[in-house]
Write a protein that binds this ligand. Structure first.
Ligand code: MN
Length: 136
């Protein structure tokens, strides 16, 4: 079954890069340019996973994640943050908002598909152990 991933990112160049990686790996891809658009699209499109940029106009990724995790219609969607921040306090803020994980920019194009695959398998079985993508 083809999995759907919703990219929520205000930078068009980053969206293009992410879309190319995801399509190459066989995912169906949807896109939104800010958190508000992303939350509204998630409710109707029901993606399996969302890549959410943290810094965006109109609505940032933290606010969007909080709304998504407080709505029964979208609570099950896996959320991965895209962030330029790597400070411990930023990580805590991201995880506290309900994100399942995060990846720092610039995006590691080899690591991202492994991270996504791992989260899409989480909760179903443990066959993903061989594909773990642990951060150091
Ligand atoms: Mn941004």
């Amino acid at each position: 079954m083809t999995r759907t991933i919703l990219i929520v990112e205000d930078n068009a160049q980053n969206r293009l890069l992410l879309r190319d990686i995801l399509i190459f790996h066989g995912y169906q891809v949807l896109e939104a340019e800010n958190g508000d658009e992303g939350v509204r699209l998630a409710k109707t499109a029901k993606p399996d996973l969302m890549l959410l940029d943290i810094q965006m106009p109109v609505m940032d990724g933290i606010t969007a994640a909080t709304l998504l995790k407080n709505d029964p219609a979208t609570v099950q969607v896996k959320l991965i943050a895209l962030t330029s921040f790597a400070m411990k306090s930023d990580r805590e803020r991201i995880m506290a908002a309900g994100f399942d994980d995060y990846i720092t920019k610039p995006i590691d194009t080899r690591k991202l598909p492994l991270l996504i695959r791992r989260h899409l398998l989480t909760g179903k079985n443990h066959l993903n152990d061989a594909n773990r993508c642990d951060r150091s």
